[in-house]
Design a protein around this ligand. Structure first.
Ligand code: PGA
Length: 250
């Protein structure tokens, strides 16, 4: 049985004043079933972890370096993020793939380091609008999945987030059939590569314009184990109903 998960990606938003809203969010998200992880900017990790210490909300980071330490000015290691209070890290988000040229190989190397540091690696895959229109969605997502996941996963330490690039921050959401098609295919690829036991322990999140108004129908799709939420994770009033919808799903 996979534990459901909602992860909130704050991206490059939030200074100390956002910690009050995080406190509200931690107070209003009392999910019994789901693991709830908020990923603030790295500057807030330590303080965010303290705000959430007695709550059911865990704290995650948005990226890490693939090396464990060394001459990498401006970068952060997985161990540092763990030390600051993170229990998870988002890797290979499409904004990092596009803005920082991150390749599947880089994402896989980061995931290995993150897992070794005790973090859950939330690995993102997803096609662009052009790729979908060219009928290449499954081909693209399969290749990203194959290249970005390390071989030595236990299943529970890796989460895959399917995030169509064209759905991120746009208000456009794929149909439930489109989500089902990709999630089924992801599960099948995982079973082929890792075997049933490990593959069935890997959670598959959907991400891209998830809101309280569409969460219920998305969570009803087979092989959707939760969501990676951007914009709607910044406010407790927007995020708590998404967590509640996941709690209410089968
Ligand atoms: P969005 O972002 O929910 O604002 O579309 C999702 C993401 O980028 O993870």
């Amino acid at each position: 049985m996979r534990r459901k998960m909602v992860a909130g990606n704050w991206k490059m938003n939030g200074t100390a004043s956002a910690l009050t809203e995080l406190g509200n969010l931690a107070y209003s998200c009392k999910s019994a079933k789901a693991e709830v992880v908020i990923c603030p900017p790295a500057t807030l990790l330590y303080r965010a972890a303290n705000v959430c210490v007695d709550s059911k909300v865990d704290i995650g980071a948005q990226d890490c370096h693939s090396a464990t330490y060394g001459a990498h000015t401006g970068d952060l290691s997985a161990e540092m993020l763990h030390d600051a209070g993170a229990s998870a890290v988002i890797l290979g988000h499409s904004e990092r793939r596009a803005n920082h040229g991150e390749t599947d190989d880089m994402v896989r190397a980061k995931a290995r380091t993150a897992i070794a540091a005790g973090l859950t690696a939330i690995i993102c895959v997803g096609e662009t609008q052009d790729q979908r229109e060219a009928g290449k969605t499954l081909e693209v997502v399969r290749a990203q999945l194959a290249g970005s996941l390390p071989d030595d996963t236990s299943g529970t330490n890796v989460v895959v987030a399917y995030e169509p690039v064209w759905a991120i921050g746009t208000g456009k959401v794929p149909t439930v059939e489109q989500i089902a098609e990709v999630h089924n295919d992801l599960r099948a690829s995982l079973v082929k590569r890792f075997g049933g036991e490990t593959a069935n322990a890997i959670r598959l999140l959907y991400g891209g314009s998830v809101k309280s108004s569409n969460a219920k129908e998305i969570f009803a799709v087979a092989h959707v184990d939760g969501a990676l939420v951007g914009g709607a994770s910044l406010k407790a009033a927007d995020f708590a109903p998404i967590v509640a919808a996941l709690d209410a799903s089968d």
